[in-house]
Design a binder for this molecule. Structure first.
Ligand code: AGP
Length: 665
């Protein structure tokens, strides 16, 4: 019996005296007051764009133009403010603007900055702290001599902020990044060496970061540091480049250096020095970028969808980051609904559309099991027009990647009119749906460019698990050790997702072999059922193939009539360690369709050899507990759809008739 599906605690076991609950209602702001358990080994791909350029000591317009061009190449990452800082003979000069790069360019047109020897540039995707001029990067030290840009999340932000403020510094922004700028300036003033200052300050930071800094007293130099967030160096002739990915500088050089965890780099026009956290010199790996500029923005993948499928370990890891303290107690830092309200909730209704609704279906199984609260999942456009039973004891959870889906927005308004509390799970900071909700749990998947949702889907499921564990902990359904055990398993999921990604070649071969099919059926049970629905949707929307997902138990109630010789059927098999003989039932479903001529593709756990006699193809996934399985079992289906559509020569990222956000009803 796996942890996630062990029988729910009997009422007698429920924690008595909820006042012991460690969870307190918190404000919307990201409460970073406690160090959090960063997910082990997760390489977090930051959402922001970072560019650096160091050229000859003769000032010119090149640093600024290279920085702006690099930021333009990183626009695909999505952002809501942009800024640059220049090292000039008149000291550090900075300009930053909320909104798109055009706002920054217009400002520089009307009020130009002087010629420079170095530049750092940044596009910010706001996760905490509104998109505004003040919160945009770069951030300056109090004396204006140092400028810093940052990508990532500093988890011990609150303690460091208090330390900086107690020294008399008045912070200008809501960001964690500005605090680092002040710490770095203070360290430089004490040490007199920007590299050593960066090394000592970055050692104090917890969480994920890429940092670049310039200082007036160190002309023609950029110092950088990274942990769990990307930074690459581009080697030029008499000039050098830095970027959050090679897209930032690929038009200038294809020779790049890869930086490792906790390393610090010092870049001038003619030299690149890298040291480790102890100050020892490091020789970074040099490589040649063989992607073209357009491929570079996709991280070397052929499509954004393929890139985003591979971003999923980071999307899940980012979404988990900062949600629990050292003891594993959950703090949903943006979910501001009073504990008493959450304890009084007697029904949860998930409203969403498309893929987001399937995330809600996964959530249903988990939250009902952990919290013993009935969970309904409603298509937003249906919810609105039926006469739902909604009142102040109903928690409506609105799931939306874009936060702008009109069907979901109108359903949110309808639910609120009926007195329900609304919590939004959204991937886009400040979008309409989170703004109109009573509380928000942001996913941190980063901008999702492909119309077909992949990494946002896994991030939504992850956020739903967090919500379920939070409610179970708050309402006393689970003991802290139970929550901890599941959080520990969740922390392992990014690396398990990576294991599936590593089997992409096998899945791609199968997809290419089947590129001529015109119909595929998907079967699943329990949490495998919404996974089957999502697999079918992916194939429909990007490969234009008739695909349908069914609950496997439904087969004999009609759909089995569809099985004919050669019909492709993909079956998502639950863990053999799960409860209720689900595994055996699904294996018999495979037999049933195979006996009638189906070509069976089976998604099954490593080591599950029961399926082998009936499977024409097996997509293997790592072992997980039953309720967490969707985080790995959907990945082969995403790859299958993406590669089959690519084999058909279709536009995977912008499929016909579809928009990324459906802002009409
Ligand atoms: C998923 O691949 C589709 N793009 C679509 O079903 C999408 O999930 C749906 O339109 C909801 O979008 P949202 O998450 O932005 O609200």
């Amino acid at each position: 019996m796996d942890a996630a599906t062990a029988p729910p605690p009997s009422p007698a076991r429920w924690r008595v005296g909820l006042e012991q609950s460690p969870v307190s209602s918190v404000t919307f702001r990201h409460a970073r007051e406690h160090r959090v358990k960063a997910c082990r080994g997760i390489i977090l791909k930051g959402m922001c764009g970072i560019v650096g350029y160091v050229g000859p000591l003769t000032p010119s317009d090149r640093p600024l133009s290279v920085a702006l061009e690099g930021l333009a190449r990183l626009e695909y990452r999505g952002y809501d403010s942009a800024g640059v800082a220049l090292a000039t003979p008149d000291g550090v000069q900075m300009r930053k603007k909320a909104g798109k790069l055009k706002n920054l360019r217009d400002s520089l047109e009307t009020d130009p900055l002087p010629a420079a020897t170095a530049a750092i540039g940044h596009t910010r995707w706001a996760t905490h702290g509104a998109p505004s001029d003040e919160n945009a990067h770069p951030h300056l030290s109090a004396d204006g001599k140092l400028a810093l840009i940052h990508n990532g999340i500093i988890e011990n932000f609150a303690a460091l902020r208090a330390e900086v403020e107690s020294s008399g510094v008045r912070l200008r922004s809501e960001t964690d990044s500005e605090v680092v700028a002040h710490l770095l300036a203070r360290a430089f003033d004490a040490i007199g060496d920007l590299t050593e200052a960066m090394r000592t300050v970055s050692a104090r930071l917890q969480g994920a970061y890429t940092l670049l800094a310039i200082h007036e007293d160190v002309p023609g130099v950029i110092v950088g540091a990274r942990r769990n967030s990307p930074l690459v160096i581009g080697l030029g002739e008499g000039e050098n480049f830095l970027g959050s990915d090679v897209a930032a500088f690929i038009s200038h050089t294809r020779t790049a250096l890869e930086m490792g965890q906790d390393q610090i780099v010092t870049v001038s026009a003619d030299e690149v020095r890298v040291i480790d956290a102890d100050g020892a010199p490091v020789t970074p790996r040099e490589y040649t970028v063989d992607w073209d500029a357009s491929a570079a923005v996709k991280g070397g993948f052929d499509t954004f969808m393929a890139k985003e499928i591979h971003d999923q370990p980071a999307a899940v890891g980012d979404t988990l980051l900062g949600r629990a303290d050292e003891t594993g107690r959950l703090r949903l830092d943006e979910a501001r609904i009073d504990e008493s309200v959450l304890r009084s909730v007697d029904t949860i209704i998930v409203i969403a559309c498309g893929t987001a609704a399937y995330a809600g279906h996964v959530a249903k199984y988990a939250i009902e099991h952990w919290c013993r609260i009935p969970v309904e999942v409603e298509l937003a456009h249906e919810f609105r027009y039926r006469d739902p039973i909604v009142n102040e004891k109903t928690l409506v959870v609105a799931i939306s990647q874009s936060g702008e889906t009109m069907d979901t927005l109108m359903a949110v308004r309808h639910a609120r009119e009926q007195g329900a509390q609304v919590l939004a799970i959204c991937n886009t900071y400040g979008a309409t749906i989170p703004r109109e909700a009573d509380a928000v749990l942001y996913t941190h998947a980063g901008p999702e460019v492909a119309v077909a949702s992949t990494k946002a889907f896994l991030a939504q499921i992850t956020a739903c698990y967090l919500l379920g564990l939070y409610l179970a902990q708050l309402r006393g359904n689970m003991f802290i050790d139970e929550t901890q055990a599941l959080l520990a398993e969740l922390a392992e999921m990014p690396s398990k997702i990576q294991e599936v990604l590593d089997t992409e070649g096998h899945i791609t071969d199968v997809a290419r072999d089947l590129s001529g099919v015109d119909s595929v059926l998907f079967l699943g049970r329990h949490v495998g059922f919404p996974v089957a629905l999502e697999g079918a949707l992916k194939l429909k929307e990007i490969a234009y193939i008739h695909a349908e997902g069914f609950a496997a138990g439904e087969l004999k109630h009609g759909p089995i009539a569809l099985i004919d010789q050669g019909q492709v059927v993909i079956i998502v098999v639950p863990s053999p360690r799960g409860r209720d003989q689900l595994h055996a039932k699904v294996v018999s479903n495979i037999q049933e369709v195979r006996a009638r001529g189906a070509r069976t593709i089976v998604v099954a756990e490593e080591g599950d050899d029961n399926v082998e006699p009936y499977a024409d193809v097996i997509f293997r996934v790592p072992q997980t507990s039953t309720l967490l399985a969707p985080l790995v079992s959907v990945v082969p289906l995403q790859i299958f759809a993406c590669q089959l559509a690519s084999a058909k020569g279709l536009d995977v990222d912008q499929p016909r008739n579809l928009a990324k956000s459906v802002t009409v009803e």
